[in-house]
Structure formats: structure tokens, C-alpha cells
Design a protein around this ligand. Structure first.
Ligand code: OOB
Length: 561
């Protein structure tokens, strides 16, 4: 066994010091969470080492696209060797490394190598393009960027070349799969393991992306202590143990498949992770049969597809015990179809990368499972449902959800102005969700106050897309809203006022313009409508509420092609 790179928390490091980059839990909260046993004082590096020592030959990761099966011992050794090679190339504790990988085994090798160093993965999604990646690299002053050469017909090396030319801090681009072109292959980085001091449990582990409602995404700083709690807390609720097999269907970097209970929860339990290269039933169902998958997590539009396909599938899905559905509201009718068609228990998940995760419990009555979005992981998750003036509302009333707890952040990374708005003075996170609490303590999501569109689980900040539309020379003003979609739940509609006297562009040209600005495809408006004016509120502000109902009416008249 190579030397242990992580040192346990020294007794004098028990506070969670505010980092210069983000506020963290006040000492009395940190003490409480430790005393309650939520924060166990471990790091991801130690966690993997312990599992690898206990059962080195057990399979940890199955990558069906390349027919690789890595044991815990192998994953651990790979993480050590990659950490040594990255450290030799100057990656130091606290450095940020943007990781943009599809669902391939290297994702875990890279992430655990960075955890061992104490460098922070910044979790980009494969759908992100130049606009997003340049921003993440620049804003985090990233030292490195990890990609696959190609995925889904897209060449990430071209993207990396542009970004590297743009961002002076970016010293390395590593290509984890495929021809590295002008960059270094990740396979050439590993070196003989070295003794690395490693992070402390209260240190930051990584930066996750917020769905956001502002012009640019905010970064979410998660610590080893707090994230590990969300993993084992989820495992207990979702029944994950060493016999579980978790199928990772959604992009691995997203908080839901990462931690609810996700791939990292499965690894925490000493279970097996199977990577699903594409989310459709034609890829997932054969893998469920072959690998005897016991649980997985998907978004509502996929759940619709899966339940439809399950009715006529030839594949044996009988190993599947639990289907987690979350990321967006799952309709009651669709929820009712899960057990009869897939033969497993539905678990609704209402979570957020900022922290709080709610689950329906496996032994909840069926009515609770299909009509609520669950209740929090922790007895120390504090939930407030408030009116517009932050007054607490009685149980059963609908209002804004505020939350605070042992795995909910106290502030975004390097964003003091946002933090003043997104958190109360006493540290509650303003989720932007409109909810109702039932008398059993379950939450029902009733809507959203934040200016965001939830397109089948993919979050789009209206302001971000509006800014891109405003860059079009013919556009005078733009407003982006969500409109109902039978499959996605919501899709985007952009209302645009054109400049007088210009040649009016076609709607498709406006969409193309947005796409060509290097934005993730899911953010390109589904529909663009030209108008002469926007509806206004009584005080003369633009009424997004009226735009939303106008969009809903049109959507009803013109269903999706
Ligand atoms: C998950 O995380 P994010 O950060 O992409 O998005 C969080 C937001 C929530 O604030 C809420 O607006 C929405 O997504 N949401 C749901 C929902 N689950 C998430 N809205 C209605 N019903 C649900 N079940 O999406 C996420 C993170 C961890 C686990 C699961 C989902």
C-alpha cells in the first residue's frame, strides 16, 4: 500500500475558519454538527483509502463503453499515482482544476487525485461550451482543465485551445480519453506515489455550479466534512450498502448523480458504480440487466421515457429496487406509473447543489411518495417557509423556502454581493423555491420565485440568456421566461423587441446567434417571439408573470413540433 497522503484532522483545527473566498459555518454550529456526529472528521482521500484497504479486490467502477472494471484497490492506486504526477506539474493544495468529462472511469481517477492533493475540482458539465468554460477558468483562476478529446460529436480540444489562449492562469490541459492533439494525455501524467499532506476535513473539497438566476453561474464551495455527511446520510435513507449497484445515468459531475446518493455515496458504502454513457432506455436497460443494477437517479423527462419503454422491454429490470427521480417537479400521474411499470420503489428527491436534499422515505405510504418531494436528510436541517417579508408561515401555507444546516453552504465562492442577497443575516439560504410543508414534515414544491427556467432538470438563468440576446445588433430588449412543456415540464421562450428600422431577423437566426456565442445548447431559447412591447406591472416594471401566462397560452395553442 502506498503511503497515506492524508493526515487526520489535528485537534487544533476544529473550527471552520472563514476562508477569504467564502463564509463558512460559525464555530458554534460547527461544534454542534461535530458533536451530533454529522461531521465525522474524514476526507475523501481517506475514505477511498479505507475502502481500498478493507476490500481491495471489490469492483468500484464499471465503465461499459471501454469494458473496464476497476477495483477499489486499482482506483485508489490510480488516484495516488495521478495525484503525484499532477503535484509534480505544480498542482498545489487549493488550486482549482476545471473538470469537464463525460461518464467515464477517469472522472473518478481525476477527482480523487485532486482530493488527495487538496486541489479543488470545478465541476463543469459536458454540455458547457466556450462561454461557460472560459468563465469558470477565468473566475476561478484555474491552473488546469481536464477534458475528453471528443464526446457526443463535439471536439473539446478546440474548445480547450480557445480557452487556454484566453486564460493566462491555465497551465495545463489534460485529455483523459482519445487523441490528445496538442495537449498532454492524462495517461502520461501519473508518477510514483509521493507523500502528500492532504487537506483537513473542514477544508474545501470542490466547487460545484449553481443552477443560478444571475448573469453568470455562482460557485458553490463544499467541504469534505459537509459533503461526506450528505453521502452517508443519503445512503441510510436510500438503503445503499455494499451490495448496491448504482447506475450513473445523468452527467456524473451534477450534484444529484454525484451525491444523492449517487456515485460518491455508492463508493462511500463500498458498493459498485456502473457508468451509463447515454441516458436513454436503449442504453440503460441492457446495463441494468447485465450489471444487476439496484438503484439509479434520473430527471422527470427521462422517467417518462423509461416508464414508457419499460412496458414493452425485453430486458430484465427485476434487480432495480429504487428509482430516484428529482431535479425538477415530477408530476403525480407520472409518479404513480413508476411502481407498476418498473417494479421498483420511487424515491422523489428535491435537492440543490447548495446543500439541502429531501427524499421521500422508502417506507412512506404510496400517497406520500407520489404527492410530495420528500423531507430533509438531517434532523439538523432547519426549514423555514416564509412570506415576502421573511415572516414565518403556519404549516400548510405556501411560501419561500429558507434553509440552514450541516451540509448547506453559508455563502457562494467569491461572491459577497450575491451572498448578501441569497442568505439571511443569520445564515439561512434563500432557495428561491416556493413550497408547502405537510403535517408529516414533507415538502411539496409549488413553484419558484427565482428567475430561472427548469428545463427538465437543466437550470437556465433567464438573465444569462437575456444578456446574450441583447448582444444581437437587431435586438432592443429581451425577456426570457419558461412555458409549459408536456415532456420537459418547462421550455424557454424569449420575448424580443427589435430595434426600429432594422431588417427583422428570423427567429431561427436569433437562436443561431445565441448558440454561436458559445453557450450550452440547452440554454438556447426553444422559441423566440417578436413583440412591440412587454406587459408592465402597476409600478411600470416588466411583468414576467404576464409574459409567463402569455407564453403558456401560446404554448397551449402551438404544442411542440
Ligand atoms: C438539483 O440541484 P440543482 O442545484 O441543479 O437545482 C436545484 C433546484 C432547486 O432549488 C429546485 O428549484 C429544483 O432544482 N428542484 C426541484 C426538484 N429537485 C430540484 N424542483 C421540484 N421538484 C424536485 N424534486 O436539481 C438536485 C440536487 C441534488 C439532488 C437532486 C436534485
Amino acid at each position: 500500500m502506498p503511503p497515506t497522503p492524508d493526515t487526520p484532522a489535528a485537534p487544533d483545527t476544529l473550527a471552520t475558519p472563514d476562508t477569504p473566498d467564502a463564509p463558512t459555518w460559525p464555530a458554534e454550529f460547527a461544534e454542534r454538527y461535530r458533536a451530533a456526529g454529522w461531521w465525522r472528521g474524514e476526507t475523501f482521500g481517506q475514505m477511498l483509502r479505507e475502502r481500498a484497504t478493507a476490500h481491495p479486490d471489490r469492483i468500484a467502477i464499471v465503465d461499459p463503453a471501454t469494458e473496464r472494471r476497476w477495483t477499489y484497490g486499482e482506483l485508489d492506486a490510480r488516484a495516488d499515482r495521478l495525484a503525484a504526477g499532477m503535484a509534480a506539474r505544480g498542482i498545489a493544495p487549493g488550486d482549482r482544476v476545471v473538470v469537464q468529462l463525460p461518464n467515464i472511469a477517469e472522472f473518478f481517477e481525476v477527482v480523487f487525485a485532486l482530493f488527495r492533493i487538496g486541489a479543488l475540482p470545478v465541476f463543469a458539465l459536458p454540455a458547457h461550451r466556450e462561454t461557460e468554460i472560459s468563465y469558470f477558468c477565468r473566475f476561478t483562476e484555474a491552473a488546469a482543465y481536464v477534458i475528453a478529446a471528443e464526446h457526443g460529436g463535439y471536439d473539446y480540444r478546440a474548445l480547450a485551445a480557445t480557452v487556454r489562449a484566453d486564460v493566462p492562469t491555465l497551465r495545463h490541459v489534460w485529455v483523459a480519453q482519445g487523441d490528445p492533439g496538442d495537449f498532454e494525455s492524462l495517461a502520461d501524467v501519473p508518477a510514483e506515489p509521493v507523500d502528500l499532506p492532504g487537506p483537513a476535513p473542514h477544508d474545501l473539497a470542490f466547487l460545484q455550479l449553481s443552477g443560478g438566476s444571475t448573469g453568470v453561474p455562482k460557485l458553490i464551495p463544499r467541504t469534505h466534512d459537509d459533503y461526506l455527511y450528505s453521502l452517508w446520510g443519503s445512503n441510510e435513507i436510500c438503503g445503499v450498502d455494499e451490495h448496491s449497484v448504482y447506475l450513473c445515468v445523468l452527467p456524473a459531475a451534477h450534484n444529484f448523480p454525484l451525491s444523492s446518493p449517487g456515485t460518491l455515496g455508492a463508493l462511500y458504502a463500498g458498493a459498485r458504480v456502473v457508468l451509463c454513457p447515454r441516458p436513454g432506455p436503449e442504453t440503460a436497460f441492457p446495463l441494468i440487466e447485465r450489471e444487476r443494477v439496484t438503484l439509479t437517479g434520473i430527471v422527470p423527462p427521462l422517467a417518462l421515457l423509461w416508464t414508457e419503454a419499460a412496458a414493452t422491454t425485453e430486458y430484465d429490470l427485476s434487480s432495480l429496487d429504487v428509482l430516484l427521480v428529482g431535479g425538477a417537479k415530477f408530476s403525480e400521474e407520472a409518479a404513480r406509473r413508476v411502481r407498476p411499470t418498473l417494479g421498483c420503489t420511487l424515491q422523489q428527491v428535491f435537492g440543490m447543489a447548495e446543500g439541502l436534499v429531501n427524499y421521500t422515505r422508502l417506507d412512506d405510504p404510496e400517497e406520500t411518495i407520489v404527492t410530495t418531494q420528500g423531507r430533509p436528510i438531517s434532523p439538523d436541517d432547519e426549514i423555514r417557509v416564509v412570506d415576502d417579508e421573511d415572516n414565518d408561515l403556519p404549516v400548510g401555507a405556501t411560501g419561500h423556502l429558507l434553509t440552514r444546516g450541516p451540509y448547506t453552504i453559508r455563502g457562494y465562492w467569491r461572491a459577497p454581493e450575491h451572498n448578501a442577497r441569497s442568505f439571511t443575516a443569520d445564515g439561512f439560504y434563500r432557495t428561491g423555491d416556493i413550497v408547502r410543508l405537510t403535517d408529516t414534515g414533507h415538502l411539496v414544491v409549488e413553484g419558484r420565485a427565482k428567475d430561472q427556467i427548469n428545463r427538465g432538470g437543466e437550470k437556465i438563468a433567464a438573465e444569462e440568456v437575456e444578456n446574450h440576446l441583447l448582444a444581437h445588433p437587431a435586438v432592443h430588449d429581451a425577456n426570457v421566461v419558461g412555458e409549459p412543456d408536456p415532456y420537459l415540464g418547462e421550455r424557454t421562450c424569449a420575448y424580443v423587441i427589435l430595434r426600429p428600422g432594422v431588417e427583422p431577423p428570423k427567429a431561427v437566426a436569433v437562436k443561431r446567434f445565441v448558440r454561436e456565442r458559445g453557450l450550452a445548447a440547452y440554454k438556447v431559447p426553444d422559441r423566440v417571439e417578436f413583440v412591440d412591447a412587454f406587459p408592465q406591472t402597476g409600478v411600470g416594471k416588466i411583468s414576467k408573470k404576464d409574459l409567463r401566462s402569455a407564453a403558456a397560452n401560446t404554448a397551449q395553442d402551438h404544442p411542440r413540433p
